[in-house]
Design a protein around this ligand. Structure first.
Ligand code: HPA
Length: 274
């Protein structure tokens, strides 16, 4: 089943009734470890995904499953506390459904964060990476199916999915805060199994610096509907096969907890400068 424009409108209408005249400008999809920023939103109205017509729940650990509307660093935001993943059983259209709803609500900018495996052997676990571009091959696009021209064109340009001006904002924010920020390419893998060492070697040859199971579908959808995008990756672990040790969810969550402070300071500083 594909969504029609009317589905998105119904979701947006429901949310509008809950948030009144408030108009969010920046949508934020917070991955592992940064969901707590949603709790810092001022004058917040929280809408559980389950209340919103046509919305799906989010089942991944550490993901709360609600939209928080309010002000953060002086910016009117809509924070997704928890995202949907393809590995949870959702189609790519479902995974990126909320992006279009937030676009209808007035968001013109999307900030995405995630945790991912580090493919670049010159870097280390715990580093932060500004996403400059992404690779999502082999599986279908979230835009597959009839195009909805209310959102964008059939064959959208993807040459600057991660907005250059926002990348510059992130560079200067990181510099001013004294936070080291790597820059690189995020390669999407569907999961939920972590990659094999051979897949990680493949990713490296393909030009990737990080491998992860989220973000890329939502960013394609955001680009299609003309949103500016800023993306950050917490390199929570060295990708499979680089170190002689198995990968675990716990390692990812521990790294997210350890980097929570610098990661959130950086994201908030960027938000302030938007
Ligand atoms: N691979 C894929 N997704 C991830 C990883 C990884 O190594 N670490 C955190 N999310």
């Amino acid at each position: 089943m594909h969504y029609t424009f009317q589905h998105y409108q119904e979701s947006a209408e429901y949310i509008r009734r809950r948030i009144g005249a408030f108009q969010p400008k920046v949508a934020m999809i917070l991955g592992s470890g940064l969901g707590f920023l949603g709790d810092q939103v001022e004058n917040a109205a929280a809408v559980p995904y389950g209340d919103i017509p046509h919305f799906k729940a989010s089942t991944a650990p550490g993901h709360k499953g609600r939209l928080v509307f309010g002000t953060l660093e002086g910016q009117p935001v809509a924070v997704m506390q928890g995202r949907m993943h393809h590995y949870e059983g959702y189609s790519y259209e479902e995974v990126s459904y909320a992006v279009r709803v937030l676009r209808l609500l007035g968001c013109d900018t999307l900030i995405v964060t995630n945790a991912a495996g580090c493919v670049n052997t010159a870097w280390k676990a715990g580093d932060l990476m500004l996403i400059t571009d992404q690779i999502k091959l082999f599986m279908e696009s979230p835009l597959r199916g009839e195009n909805l021209p209310e959102f964008g064109v059939r064959f959208p340009d993807a040459s600057k999915l991660y907005t250059p001006a926002l990348r510059e904002t992130a560079r200067s924010a990181a510099g001013d805060l004294g936070i080291e920020l790597k820059e690189g390419v995020y390669m999407y893998f569907p999961g939920p199994q972590y990659e094999t060492p051979a897949e990680v070697r493949f990713a490296r040859i393909a030009g990737a610096d990080a491998v992860g199971m989220s973000t890329a579908p939502e960013v394609i959808t955001a680009g299609h509907c003309g949103m500016r995008v800023l993306g950050f990756t917490l390199l929570s672990n060295m990708a499979a096969g680089i170190l002689d040790q198995p990968l675990s969810e716990q390692e990812v969550l521990d790294a997210a907890a350890a980097c929570k402070d610098k990661f959130s300071r950086l994201v908030l500083e960027c938000l302030k400068r938007m």
